[in-house]
Ligand binder design. Structure first.
Ligand SMILES: [Fe+2]
Ligand SMILES: [Fe+2]
Length: 320
């Protein structure tokens, strides 16, 4: 039985296969070279370093790249409250090694198929015919990619199936909030949640492991907000959707990042659009906090997290 990466503690010895998520040769302050990696399995990720680059196998170590499957011997250390792996030996997996790749890729807690079905079910519940048609068409048109796509290349939901998982958790929130605030149109909010980041399948360049380290040309030039608005325009044109609904859903896509510096030229102008933004923020933030805390020992702080305004996260020493 394989031990999960997230279960390792400081000073534990490691001898197992992992996937290299990213890998870069760097120079330390003292001028020496070291290899800076992020390795993963399906339970999480860990920063890993090869400090000694004057070794017999230096050329082979330098040859390692992102997405390689490697066998690592090392020891878990700690740096600024976070676990880090000091690699003593590393080699690429050979054909003869029996490795189950799905154990090495961080994935959403449900399979792509299951998430797809769960999100489709919510879309089928939309009562408004036109909104249901737009939503289901966009899901079905992008079904292939959605089943493995991450929601980002770094940070929130950068995992296999992350985009659907992000939509699914937001949908669960949306349903509850519509019970609390009955004036909200559930149809509009469910549609907005499902389509708001749909164009990430065209913005990000990801492989079938849900790993992305680049953006498409159009993604870099336009971004998923503008790409999403284009996507919606095409679908609405195809089914002759009413102008008011088309523009309201486009406005939800347009305003979901809220601030111009984050890509939204306008702030939300109706309650469902406002709510969509906050659902998006809640799900992304809590996801990021969860993943940071995975690598932190109880009773310790994480290092400062740049994507969270340089805050440190604390993991309590009590509870589970
Ligand atoms: Fe977004
Ligand atoms: Fe989002």
């Amino acid at each position: 039985m394989r031990k999960n990466l997230s279960e390792y503690k400081k000073d534990d010895k490691v001898l197992d296969f992992f996937m290299v998520k990213s890998c870069e040769l760097r120079t330390s302050n003292k001028g020496g070279e070291y290899m800076d990696m992020v390795i993963s399995d399906n339970s999480g990720e860990m920063v890993a370093k090869v400090w000694d680059m004057n070794r017999d196998d230096t050329a082979a170590v330098k040859d390692i790249q992102g997405r390689d499957i490697v066998k690592i011997q090392g020891v878990v250390t700690e740096w600024n409250g976070a676990k880090q792996l000091k690699i003593l030996k590393i080699r690429k997996a050979a054909e003869s090694d029996e490795v189950n790749v799905s154990e090495l890729v961080k994935s959403a807690p449900y399979s792509g198929e299951r998430l797809y079905d769960m999100v489709c079910e919510k879309a089928e519940d939309i009562k408004d015919k036109e909104l249901r048609l737009i939503t289901l068409t966009l899901i079905e048109d992008n079904a292939g990619k959605l089943k493995y796509f991450p929601a980002a290349s770094k940070n929130h939901h950068a995992i296999k199936g992350g985009l659907l998982y992000h939509m699914y958790r937001m949908l669960l929130h949306a349903e509850m909030l519509c019970d609390i605030y009955p004036m909200l149109s559930k149809d509009l909010l469910v549609c907005g949640v499902i389509v708001h980041d749909m164009a990430k399948v065209e913005e990000i360049d990801a492989d079938e492991f849900g790993i992305a380290d680049s953006y498409t040309f159009e993604g870099q030039m336009l971004g998923h907000i503008i790409q999403g608005i284009k996507m919606l325009e095409t679908v609405c044109e195809r089914f002759k959707i009413s102008e008011e609904k088309k523009i309201m859903v486009q406005h939800m896509i347009l305003s979901h990042h809220y601030e111009p510096e984050f890509g939204s030229p306008k702030k939300p102008m109706f309650p469902e659009a406002e709510m969509l933004h906050y659902l998006d923020i809640i799900d992304a933030r809590i996801y990021d906090m969860e993943s940071v805390l995975e690598g932190v020992e109880p009773g310790e702080f994480s290092e400062k997290i740049w994507s969270m305004d340089n805050r440190k996260m604390y993991k309590p020493s009590f509870g589970e």
